[in-house]
Design a protein around this ligand. Structure first.
Ligand code: C2E
Ligand code: MG
Ligand code: MG
Ligand code: MG
Length: 293
């Protein structure tokens, strides 16, 4: 809403711009209402140890069960996840919900190890993030290793770099380790690996998609894995969809993986059954297929 006084009246204001601003405002309003009305859910995708096929953790991924549009993935409300206020509200919801879920699974004897929660740049820059996380862990009687946080390279660029590094460091000291998400696609340079105490790197799925097809991407992935090994940083490959990709990653020494090949993000009610099927042979059969490639 441009003010019609002072210098502002000279800005070039096009009708299409107004529409974007209005749509953005409407989306943020709708997200607020959706959160208040309990329309948001957290789905979970398994992260698998590529050597043993043991499920190492679950990434928490937000979904919006929209009253008219159905179940929406974040791409459908990405503008809200980029908005400082809305993203903090969504992230708070996901953090609280997934830690409560962990507690319920553990109480029910479901063998889940930890939840990986995505944290937006705005959330990461909140001065009270560390105490918020620690008190949520405590409220759910969870040890800090039950939570991993996933941060984007974009958080490492700009003015708040020092405070972001300090937050990640404080969390790591308390036992909540961080992963650098979508590695290779953002603005971070390798120097950030020195400055930030990330325990893990998640190789973006755009690199994984071309394994076996594109020699460049394979060389990049090989380097990332080698770099991780030399720096003592663990590597997770995202977006594994084929047995061939799995086999290449195992051969390159990648330690963990995530992707539709193992399991799609699922409703929490489906997690116990998934684990039963996984232990009953789904894992072994994938491992056998990969060995045969
Ligand atoms: P991400 O953190 O990199 O999450 C991985 C995304 O890849 C998820 O998309 C997942 O469903 C998708 N994926 C996993 N395996 C495969 C595969 O084999 N093939 C393909 N094509 N895709 C696969 P999703 O759930 O749509 O989330 C998209 C992004 O939205 C996430 O990317 C993350 O950046 C963001 N996001 C999700 N939940 C949250 C949240 O609670 N808070 C914040 N701030 N961001 C979130
Ligand atoms: Mg993530
Ligand atoms: Mg990612
Ligand atoms: Mg991503």
């Amino acid at each position: 809403k441009a003010k019609l006084n002072g210098r502002d009246q000279f800005c070039l204001f096009q009708p299409s711009f107004r529409r974007e601003v209005d749509d953005h405002g409407r989306l943020l309003d709708e997200v607020g209402i959706g959160l208040a009305r309990n329309q948001f859910e957290v789905h979970y995708q398994p992260i698998v140890d590529l050597r043993t096929q043991i499920v190492r953790g679950w990434e928490a991924l937000v979904r919006w069960r929209h009253p008219t549009k159905g179940l929406l993935a974040p791409a459908r409300f990405m503008a809200a996840l980029m908005d400082p206020k809305a993203s903090v509200a969504i992230d708070d919801f996901v953090l609280a919900k997934s830690l409560l879920q962990m507690r319920q699974w553990l109480d029910g004897g479901i063998p889940v190890t930890c939840a990986g929660v995505n944290v937006s740049d705005a959330q990461l820059k909140r001065p009270d993030l560390v105490p918020t996380i620690m008190s949520l862990l405590q409220a759910n009687d969870l040890t800090p290793d039950r939570l991993k946080i996933e941060v984007l390279e974009t958080a490492f660029v700009g003015q708040a770099t020092k405070s972001v590094a300090a937050t990640i460091d404080r969390l790591a000291r308390l036992g909540v380790v961080s992963a650098l998400d979508d590695f290779g696609t953002g603005h971070a340079s390798l120097i950030h690996l020195k400055q930030f105490r990330v325990e893990r790197i998640k190789i973006d799925r755009s690199f994984v998609a071309n394994l076996g097809k594109n020699g460049y991407d394979q060389a990049i992935v090989r380097c990332m894995i080698a770099l991780g090994r030399d720096l003592g940083i663990r590597i997770t490959a995202e977006g594994i969809e084929t047995v061939e990709q799995l086999e290449i990653l195992r051969r390159l020494g990648c330690d963990c993986g995530q992707g539709y090949l193992f399991g799609r993000p699922m409703h929490p009610d489906d997690v116990p059954d998934f684990l039963v099927r996984w232990h009953d042979g789904a894992a072994a059969s994938l491992l056998g297929q990969a060995d045969a490639v």
